[in-house]
Design a protein around this ligand. Structure first.
Ligand SMILES: Cc1ncc(C[n+]2csc(CCOP(=O)(O)OP(=O)(O)O)c2C)c(N)n1
Ligand SMILES: [Mg+2]
Length: 704
C-alpha cells in the first residue's frame, strides 16, 4: 500500500468515524461548528448586555463543550422535553444560565423563543437570572446556589440506576439507558457539598454520571489561586471517579472524552475541561472581569470584531446555524422514537412489568391510601412518634413501591428503613466493588453522614420522576440541609424530609443536638408543609400527605425520640381533620380558653386540661399537626378553631415567637427561648416547666 492510498483510506476512515458520531469535522463543516458555538457566545453576550446584568464569561468558555454535548450526544427531543428516558442535563454553575437558554433556543424548544432570550432577567420571563425548574421545558432543575446542582445530578444518577435495576431485565430492550450530564465549575467544586456528593457517587459506582468541569482557573473575586489549589484529578480519583483532562475548546477532544466516559460504566466520570472564561473577548478573556457583569458595549463590539461577527443585529442567529442545529437535533431526537418503539414492543412482551412501570411514573395509590396509613399508625400503648412512623412506613412499603428513601447514618434512630426493602450497599470492603447492580432494586439507601448531599440528592431523585423519596436525620441537622429544603420548596417538588429527636426532650445528648429554633425556622420557608404529629393517626396522615399528589412542594415530618401518650380521639374524629392543620379534640370541645399544641405537647395539653377540669376549669384542646396547612384554611375555620385569640395557651417545645401570629399578646405562650441542656428527660421536663403541674400553674397565674 503506497502512502497516498494509505492516507486516503485513513482520511475516509476518519470521515466515516466522524460521520458515525454525527460529526462531519472537516473543512467547511468545522467552520460551521465554530459559527454555531459563536452564536451561543453572542446570544449570551447580547442577553447580558440587554439585561445590563448577568454572567457572560462562563457561557463563552463552556460553549464548545456544551455545543458538542447538546447536539451530538445528549439524547433529548425539544418536541417531547419530558420523555422518560431522556438524558438529564444539570447546569450546576447556574450563573451560566444564558448558556442553557441559548441551547434551549437553538435546539428548538418551542417555549424558549428569541424574545425570551431578549427578556433575560426580566419580570415574568422564562429566563430568570439563574435557571428555574418549571419556568420552561428543558430546565431540569433550579440551580444557582453552587454545589447543589452537582449533588442533584448524583440523585438523578441514583434514581436512574434504581429504575434500571427494576426494569432492565434479560429482555433485549432496556427501558432505562440514560445518562446524567452535569456541567460544574470551580465554585461547585469548592463547595463542600460536592465532596459529599462525589464521595457518595463514587461509593455507589454511578457509571451513568458524566460531569464536565469548566476548569477555567477563575472565580468571582479573581484567579482561582486565591482560594483553591487542590489536585482535582487526584481528589476525584480518590473518590473512585474516572477522570480525564482535556482542552475544553478542542471539540474533538470533548467528543472523545464523552465517548470514553460512556464506556466507563462502573464509575462516575469527571471530564476536567480546561477552558478560558470569556473566550473570544480580547480584553477580558481569562480574567474574572468576564465573570459576573456585562462586557460593556465597547468590549462586546470588540469581541464581535475579533470573532468575525456582525455588530448588528444583536441576538443574531445565522440561517445556516439554525439549519445545522435542526439537522443535528433531529438525529438526536431519533433516540426518543427508537425508545418509544422499543417500549411499545417491550410492553407487549412484559405487560406486568409495564403496568408496574406506569404505576411508578404515575405514583398510583389505592383510593383509601390515607386511611390505610392512618390505621397503620395506631397503637394501644404510648410509644415515640418515630416508632409510629416506622409502622406507617412498613404499610407504605406494601402499598406504594415507588416510595424509597434513606438516612444520613441514623436509620437505626430515625426508624425509616423499609423492613423488607433491601439495602443498597457494598458487599465487600474493596474499592473496586461498588454495590452490585441487583441491589439497586432495594429501597433503603445509605446516604452516610452527608446531610448536605442527602438533601440535594433527594431533590435530584425526586426530579428524575418515578420515585417519591425520603431522607432522615435528627431535626437539629436540618440546618445542614436547609439549602436543599429551600430549593425543593422553590421548585415546588415533593421531596420528603424526615426529622426525629425533635426537641430538648431527646435528653442527654444535650443542647448541641436539641432543636429549639428549627421548627419555626423551617415553617418560614414558603411552599413547604411541616407536620409535627402528636400520635399515630396524625403520623399516618402526615405520611399520606407526603406521598400523595394532593399538594405541591416538599413535606417535612418531625417526630419524637421519646414516648408520647395516646391522644383521646372521640367518635366524631375524622383523620382528614389532620389535613386541616389544626382541629379541636372532640373530648375537649368546650371551655373558656383553648390549649393549642403540636406533637409531643398535645398530650401535655390534654393532661393539663384534665388536671384543671378537676378544679372546675374547662379548657378546649386543639391539636395542630401542621401550622402550614392551618394557614391555608379559610379564615372562618381558623377563627372557629382558635376562638378568642386572647384566650389561648400555645405549647410547643421550641421558640415561642412564631405563635404570636396566632395568639394575642395577652395570650399565654409556653415555649423554649434558650438553648437546651444535657440531662435525663424527666429533669428536662421539670426544669423547662413542661409538666402538667407546671403548665397548670402557669395557666392559673395567667387567668389571674
Ligand atoms: C453557594 C453560593 N455561594 C456563592 C455564590 C455566588 N457566586 C456565583 S458565581 C461565583 C464564582 C464562582 O466561580 P466559578 O464557579 O469558577 O464560576 P466562573 O467564574 O468560572 O464562571 C460565586 C461566588 C453562589 N452562587 N452560590
Ligand atoms: Mg471558574
Amino acid at each position: 500500500m503506497d502512502e497516498q492510498t494509505g492516507g486516503a483510506a485513513e482520511a475516509s476512515a476518519a470521515i466515516a468515524e466522524a460521520e458515525s458520531h454525527n460529526e462531519p469535522k472537516i473543512g467547511a463543516k468545522d467552520k460551521l461548528d465554530e459559527l454555531c458555538v459563536n452564536t451561543i457566545r453572542f446570544l449570551a453576550i447580547d442577553g447580558v448586555e440587554k439585561a445590563k446584568s448577568g454572567h457572560p464569561g462562563a457561557p463563552m468558555g463552556m460553549a464548545d463543550m456544551a455545543f458538542v454535548l447538546w447536539t451530538e450526544y445528549m439524547r433529548h427531543d425539544p418536541k417531547a422535553p419530558s420523555w422518560q428516558d431522556r438524558d438529564r442535563f444539570v447546569l450546576s454553575a447556574g450563573h451560566a444560565s444564558m448558556l442553557l437558554y441559548s441551547l434551549l433556543h437553538l435546539t428548538g424548544y418551542p417555549e424558549m423563543t428569541i424574545e425570551q432570550l431578549q427578556s433575560f432577567r426580566q419580570w415574568g420571563s422564562k429566563t430568570a437570572g439563574h435557571p428555574e425548574y418549571g419556568d420552561a421545558p428543558g430546565i431540569e432543575v433550579t440551580t444557582g446556589p453552587l454545589g447543589q446542582g452537582f449533588a442533584n445530578g448524583v440523585g438523578m444518577g441514583i434514581a436512574s440506576k434504581m429504575m434500571a435495576a427494576r426494569f432492565n431485565t434479560d429482555d433485549v430492550f432496556k427501558p432505562v439507558q440514560n445518562w446524567i450530564y452535569v456541567i460544574c465549575s470551580d465554585g461547585d467544586l469548592e463547595e463542600g457539598i460536592s465532596s459529599e456528593a462525589a464521595s457518595l457517587a463514587g461509593h455507589l459506582g454511578l457509571g451513568n454520571l458524566i460531569y464536565l468541569y469548566d476548569d477555567n482557573d477563575v472565580t468571582l473575586d479573581g484567579d482561582k489561586r486565591l482560594s483553591m489549589s487542590e489536585d482535582v484529578k487526584k481528589r476525584f480519583e480518590a473518590a473512585h471517579w474516572h477522570v480525564q483532562k482535556i482542552d475544553g475548546h478542542d471539540r474533538d477532544a470533548v467528543r472523545k472524552a464523552i465517548r470514553k466516559a460512556q464506556k466507563i460504566t462502573g464509575k462516575p466520570s469527571m471530564i476536567m475541561a480546561k477552558t478560558v472564561i470569556g473566550q473570544g473577548s480580547p480584553k477580558f478573556h481569562g480574567t474574572s472581569r468576564a465573570h459576573g457583569e456585562p462586557l460593556g458595549p465597547e468590549e462586546a463590539a470588540a469581541t464581535k470584531v475579533a470573532l468575525g461577527w456582525p455588530a448588528e443585529p444583536t441576538f443574531y442567529v445565522p440561517d445556516e446555524v439554525r439549519v445545522e442545529f435542526a439537522r443535528k437535533v433531529k438525529k438526536l431526537a431519533r433516540a426518543r422514537k427508537q425508545w418509544e418503539k422499543g417500549m411499545a414492543e417491550w410492553r407487549a412482551r412484559s405487560p406486568q412489568l409495564a403496568a408496574e412501570w406506569d404505576a411508578y411514573w404515575s405514583h398510583s395509590l389505592p383510593d383509601d391510601y390515607e386511611l390505610q396509613l392512618a390505621e397503620a399508625g395506631k397503637t394501644d400503648k404510648p410509644i415515640a412518634t418515630r416508632e409510629l412512623s416506622n409502622q406507617v412506613i412498613q404499610k407504605i412499603g406494601d402499598i406504594a413501591p415507588f416510595v424509597v428513601g434513606g438516612a444520613a447514618d441514623l436509620a437505626s434512630s430515625t426508624k425509616t428503613n423499609f423492613k423488607n426493602g433491601g439495602s443498597i450497599e457494598r458487599l465487600k470492603d474493596d474499592v473496586n466493588d461498588p454495590p452490585p447492580f441487583d441491589l439497586f432494586k432495594g429501597k433503603n439507601l445509605h446516604f452516610g453522614i452527608r446531610e448536605h448531599a442527602m438533601g440535594a440528592a433527594i431533590n435530584g431523585m425526586t426530579l428524575y420522576g418515578p420515585f417519591r423519596v425520603h431522607g432522615s436525620t435528627f431535626l437539629i441537622f436540618s440546618d445542614y440541609m436547609r439549602p436543599a429544603i429551600r430549593l425543593a420548596a422553590l421548585m415546588k417538588i415533593p421531596s420528603i424530609f424526615v426529622y426525629t429527636h425533635d426537641s430538648v426532650f431527646l435528653g442527654e445528648d444535650g443542647p448541641t443536638h436539641q432543636s429549639v429554633e428549627q421548627l419555626f425556622s423551617l415553617r418560614l420557608i414558603p411552599n413547604m408543609t411541616l407536620f409535627r404529629p402528636a400520635d399515630g393517626v396524625e403520623t399516618g396522615m402526615a405520611w399520606a400527605w407526603a406521598i400523595g399528589s394532593k399538594h405541591e412542594g416538599p413535606t417535612i415530618i418531625v417526630l419524637t425520640r421519646q414516648k408520647v401518650d395516646i391522644i383521646p380521639h372521640g367518635p366524631a374524629f375524622d383523620p382528614h381533620d389532620v389535613w386541616r392543620g389544626a382541629y379541636l379534640l372532640d373530648g375537649y370541645a368546650d371551655g373558656d380558653f383553648t390549649f393549642i399544641a403540636t406533637g409531643s405537647e398535645v398530650t401535655l395539653a390534654v393532661r393539663t386540661a384534665e388536671l384543671l377540669r378537676q378544679e372546675g376549669i374547662r379548657a378546649r384542646v386543639v391539636s395542630a399537626p401542621s401550622l402550614d396547612l392551618f394557614d391555608r384554611q379559610p379564615v372562618d375555620y381558623q377563627n372557629e378553631i382558635l376562638g378568642n385569640r386572647s384566650r389561648l395557651v400555645a405549647i410547643e417545645a421550641g421558640r415561642s415567637s412564631g405563635w404570636y401570629k396566632y395568639v394575642n399578646h395577652d395570650a399565654l405562650v409556653i415555649g423554649i427561648d434558650r438553648f437546651g441542656a444535657s440531662a435525663p428527660l424527666a429533669d428536662i421536663e421539670k426544669h423547662f416547666g413542661f409538666t402538667p403541674e407546671a403548665v397548670a400553674e402557669k395557666v392559673r397565674e395567667w387567668r389571674g
